[in-house]
Design a protein around this ligand. Structure first.
Ligand SMILES: Nc1ncnc2c1ncn2[C@@H]1O[C@H](COP(=O)(O)OP(=O)(O)OP(=O)(O)O)[C@@H](O)[C@H]1O
Length: 584
């Protein structure tokens, strides 16, 4: 990684954030101005709820004006105003939660970001990864899986945090903003991390800003600039060490010699009765002694051009990278894939045994009992296939939503590439599973095998049904943000499909005011196609398709089903793109 050609001073002026709450309006930040300089590390301290994360969200332009929240003020980089997309052109935001894919190794994780976000050939991208690993001292764990809920063995909390930072560093940003990078780390690991960030800021002229809760005295010594926040207002901003100690001692707040200054200032800011009486003094002193000075400093910054970092790899390359990663994810966490296959085998066996060599009308052509059995079997197969793929597909997007949102906010790839890259892999079990299911029960039951065409058509219908479940699952998964809601809502898709499918209630008996609804539920076409195929040249008299009043030919149903699948996939892709929320 080369020296930064684009050093940036980040400034903010008169920033006020107001939210509407049930109790009325609440100011999270009140008219704050400040400056974060290049080649320096700036630490923002304050007690819990002081507004630190809110300030970072404003700096990275992640809060939008809306009915519920109002943001005023000016954010500038080298005296040029910034907007959300422009921030990601030169800066990066490492959020408090380390959102990483647990099935990747540290190196693969950084490689993924480097492949998608850095220009040059593969050798150059690999070099960036190696350098990032070296800077963040991740050599020892580079080939260890990240780990988490499903993959139990993983890297430590400190390594996780550094990987999270590394994921953003590979793009060589000029400004790095971090929300509590040391949370959850022991004091020595925290020290090493801040020391690394400081070295990085100096050596590469980066602007590093972070919030921190309780730094040790060793960490405190390293800060170049400190901002102290109390109830959304600054009470100090400027140099660290002697400067801040002198400022407060001049006001009668002397830090005991043997005490960690960070602890002392945190105790001054903590909301209790005694401190609350001092708050007006802090604000008044800041207003009279520092505010003007900071504003002057901001005005004196020189205007210079920001070299925007707009590199994005071609769409097909993004698609390939996402598909490769999804495949690895399935291989290393195969539980869902295995469950789908085992489910297909067990369900195939159950159906095969229950309907074993069921009567096809050749012995008792007029038997309504046998005809009903066969109709029931065909309808059950349609519903069963749909449900077997709907559930896993409805949870697949919500379960990866955080990773997607994080990568999307880093502008790593197009959301369309993400959607189709995942689809390319997730479609595989949805094709294998119905084939397996069909192979087991088709011959056990003794379905229509008069021609090879009939056999293939049956299997084709099973696959279409499975893909229908996938596309319906994707719709739920891309609309609902969490797994539980997506699963709870799936009966809303299933029940009307079953009721209007043409088996439980004969379509001719539907009231005229409601009969049009049946055309909206695709299972009707699946049942129609599979029944039309089964009863081609049937022995049953009269023909079950006539009794069921099935109106379409089997190929007409296939075209309609394909239309449904493609249409639903397009809608779910659109929902995913529109539902992207910025992580705050
Ligand atoms: N959308 C919102 N609506 C109402 N109140 C909010 C909203 N977002 C934040 N707050 C409140 O604003 C205050 C500042 O929140 P913020 O997350 O910036 O604090 P913080 O200093 O980062 O705290 P911590 O150190 O605990 O993370 C808190 O009291 C929080 O409850």
């Amino acid at each position: 990684m080369e020296i930064n050609k684009n050093p940036i001073d980040l400034t903010f002026q008169n920033v006020t954030v107001t939210v509407k709450t049930k109790q009325g309006k609440k100011q999270l930040l009140s008219d704050v101005s400040g400056i974060c300089k290049s080649s320096q590390i700036t630490a923002i301290l304050g007690s819990s709820g002081a507004g630190k994360t809110t300030l970072l969200n404003v700096l990275t332009d992640r809060i939008e004006n809306s009915k519920a929240i109002s943001v005023r003020g000016k954010i500038q980089a080298n005296q040029t105003e910034i907007t959300y997309r422009k921030f990601s052109d030169f800066g990066t935001y490492v959020m408090q939660d380390d959102i990483l894919l647990e099935t990747m190794t540290v190196k693969e994780c950084l490689q993924f970001a480097a492949n998608l976000k850095t220009p040059g050939n593969q050798l150059e991208k690999d070099k960036v990864v190696q350098e990032t690993i070296k800077i963040l001292k991740l050599e020892r764990c580079q080939n260890t899986l990240i780990g988490g809920q499903f993959v139990k063995k993983g890297i430590s909390g400190g390594e996780r945090k550094r990987t999270s930072i590394g994921f953003e560093l590979v793009t060589n940003p000029s400004v790095i903003i971090l929300d509590e990078p040391t949370s959850g780390l022991d004091s020595f690991t925290a020290y090493l991390l801040i020391a690394e960030l400081k070295r990085y800021a100096i050596n590469r002229q980066k602007t590093i800003v972070f919030t921190i809760h309780s730094p040790s005295s060793d960490i405190w010594q390293m800060f170049d600039r400190i901002m102290l926040l109390v109830e959304g207002q600054f009470i100090y901003q400027g140099k660290s060490n002697e400067a801040i100690l002198n400022y407060f001692s001049n006001q009668g707040f002397n830090c005991p010699r043997m005490q960690n200054p960070a602890d002392y200032f945190m105790s001054l800011m903590h909301l209790n009765q005694k401190n609350a009486q001092n708050y007006p003094i802090y604000f008044q002193k800041y207003g009279s002694l520092l505010k003007l000075q900071v504003e002057k400093e901001i005005e004196q910054r020189e205007k210079s051009e920001i070299l925007a970092y707009k590199f994005q790899t071609p769409f097909l390359y993004q698609l390939q990278q996402i598909a490769k990663r999804s495949l690895k994810n399935v291989k290393r966490n195969p539980i869902l894939f295995r469950a789908r296959i085992i489910q297909a085998i067990i369900m195939g066996l159950i159906v095969g045994l229950i309907y074993f060599q069921s009567e096809d009308g050749s012995n008792h052509p007029t038997s309504i009992r046998h005809m009903n059995d066969r109709n029931g079997l065909l309808f059950f197969v349609c519903i069963n296939q749909l449900m077997m793929s709907l559930k896993p597909c409805s949870v697949s997007f919500p379960s990866m939503r955080k990773v997607f949102l994080r990568e999307d906010s880093s502008n790593l790839y197009s959301p369309y590439a993400y959607f189709f890259g995942r689809l390319a892999i997730e479609i595989i079990p949805q094709i294998i599973s119905p084939i397996l299911y069909g192979l087991i029960q088709f011959f056990m039951v003794g379905l229509n095998d008069r021609t090879v065409g009939n056999v293939f058509f049956y299997f084709f219908c099973l696959i279409l049904n499975s893909l229908l479940g996938l596309s319906l699952g994707y719709i739920g998964g891309s609309i609902f943000s969490d797994v539980k809601t997506a699963v709870f809502m799936s009966p809303l898709i299933f029940v009307p499909n079953a009721l209007f499918g043409g088996f439980f209630k004969n379509r001719k008996n539907l009231a005229s005011w409601i009969s049009w609804i049946e055309y909206l539920f695709p299972i009707k076409y699946s049942f129609n196609a599979i029944a039309a195929n089964e009863y081609e040249n049937t022995h049953f008299i009269p023909s079950p398709t006539e009794l069921l009043n099935l109106e379409f030919s089997k190929w007409e149903c296939v075209y309609i089903l394909l239309g449904f699948i493609i249409g639903l996939l397009i809608i779910s892709c659109f929902c995913l793109v529109c539902n992207r929320k910025r992580l705050q």
